[in-house]
Design a protein around this ligand. Structure first.
Ligand code: DLL
Length: 433
């Protein structure tokens, strides 16, 4: 039986969702106009006022906002309330520039935890569950966000944070954790370590995992499910929009339902900004509908995916987003060809390599090089150089089929590529361009 956390919202007829979004959009636009001078200026530059926005049909009139605007207005320029109303902040890791800070009022935190609670219930969670949260706690939204959602469902919540793998496994076994929450790469590492400790799926008390914060493939899902004997659910979100729980998977696992009573999703052409028709692949754009402290209209996520509006068997009516196949800013252009790390991962997993790999891109004599270090499993490991060479050749051929360009593949011994406790760092781009 399918369970819901807030059935009325999650299963609302689509015409009602649209009416609700229109009503909220009008208010959210008025809120930013009245309270965020930066937004008022952007709207004035486009020649519009709140009176021009009467429903979702007018959304396209609004200007986009991007990470660049968030950086320019750092730290307080987009705040929609007095600071005295703000009760918490979170922040992005800032690996590609200045950090972005997101602000939350108590109301914002309440709505966010509802979104996460929906995800936990959709993954089969009830108050009888023990939820082990090994996303990082702190500025990252993963730990605190899942934690609050788990409380809301009434689950016993283990605030483990990331790392200390032996302690994670110890608590899991002793306290009978039933739902594991972490990045998929850490889940894979935990699974690998459990296997090494001689634990089989029957020994592991978990029934489900809620994994997100980075791109992961269907093959990786199957791998984790098999090792731990669980059902692995995807969860999506980003700091700017709230954190985990912007979208979540249901029992059907045919894409992640976007919490459309709180966010409007659009797909645009990343080059022209044109809104694309239903089902087209493009950049995901979100408009928040209820946020007080950090409202964002038409925020460009850089995540590339498709939206599906067909009915879902689970009964939820919210649109589903496909797993993002990567970010437009993750995309590497190597010798003129667009390459996503997820394509490389798919080839490796199809060939039986778990997702421990590193992609190194460089430029030598004005030509791009693509080197991929791939870890062998202990079962594959051999000192028969001929066999290793054959395996490498097979990967090079499959990668050429997938990407259209030649890569240099080097198989390396088990456990030689550093594991990540949070988001995995898969790509090292040494080109100075
Ligand atoms: O990663 C929030 C989060 C925490 C989501 C825990 C899920 C679980 P940021 O650090 O701001 O927030 O990174 C956001 O991560 O734009 C995507 O590129 C990527 N991302 C998040 N979830 C997924 C997912 C959190 N399920 C950025 N699949 C987003 C693919 C994801 N990419």
């Amino acid at each position: 039986m399918e369970l819901y956390f807030q059935k009325e919202a999650e299963c609302m007829p689509r015409d009602q969702i649209r009416a609700l979004q229109s009503e909220k959009l009008v208010k959210q636009v008025r809120h930013v106009w009245d309270n965020v001078p930066y937004y008022r200026k952007l709207m004035e530059e486009k020649g519009i006022t709140p009176d021009d926005i009467k429903s979702v049909d007018d959304l396209h009139k609004l200007p986009f906002i991007s990470k660049k605007d968030l950086r320019e207005t750092y730290p307080y320029g987009l705040l929609g309330t007095p600071l005295s109303e703000v009760v918490r902040i979170h922040s992005t890791s800032g690996t590609t520039g200045k950090r972005v800070i997101a602000y939350y009022t108590q109301h914002d935190l309440d709505l966010w935890s509802d979104c996460v609670a929906r995800a936990i219930v959709a993954a089969g969670g009830t108050k009888d569950d023990v939820v082990q949260v090994c996303y990082g706690y702190g500025l990252f939204t993963g730990g605190a966000g899942i934690h609050d959602g788990s409380h809301k469902v009434g689950c016993m919540t283990l605030p483990m944070s990331s790392g200390n793998t032996d302690r994670q496994i110890g608590f899991m076994m002793d306290l009978h954790s039933t739902i594991l929450c972490c990045t998929p790469s850490y889940a894979a590492y935990l699974g690998e370590t459990m296997k090494e400790r001689g634990l089989t799926p029957e020994d592991i008390p978990l029934k489900a995992g809620i994994f997100g914060a980075e791109a992961w493939s269907e093959e990786m899902r199957q791998d984790i499910e098999k090792t731990m004997g669980i059902k692995a659910y995807d969860i999506y979100g980003l700091t700017e929009i709230s954190g985990p729980g912007v979208a979540y998977e249901c029992s059907q696992q045919g894409g992640m339902h976007i919490n459309e009573d709180h966010f409007i999703a659009e797909i645009i052409d990343p080059d022209t900004g044109e809104v694309l028709p239903e089902g087209a692949e493009g950049e995901l754009v979100f408009t928040t509908l209820d946020k007080e402290a950090f409202p964002l209209l038409r925020y460009r996520t850089r995540d590339i995916c498709r939206l599906h509006y067909e009915r879902c068997e689970c009964g939820r009516t919210f649109v589903r987003m496909e797993k993002p196949k990567g970010r437009s800013d993750d995309m590497m252009i190597i010798r003129g060809v667009n390459v996503f790390p997820s394509q490389i991962e798919t080839v490796l997993l199809n060939n039986g390599y778990p997702a421990n790999y590193q992609i190194i891109v460089d430029r030598v004599n004005n030509s791009d090089t693509l080197d991929i270090l791939v870890e062998m499993t202990p079962e594959m490991f051999t000192d028969n150089l001929g066999e290793i060479e054959e395996r490498q050749k097979k990967l090079v051929a499959d990668l050429k089929d997938m990407l259209g360009i030649k890569a240099v593949v080097k198989l390396v011994a088990p456990k030689t590529i550093q594991r990540s406790e949070g988001k995995a760092v898969r790509v090292i781009d040494k080109r100075k361009i």
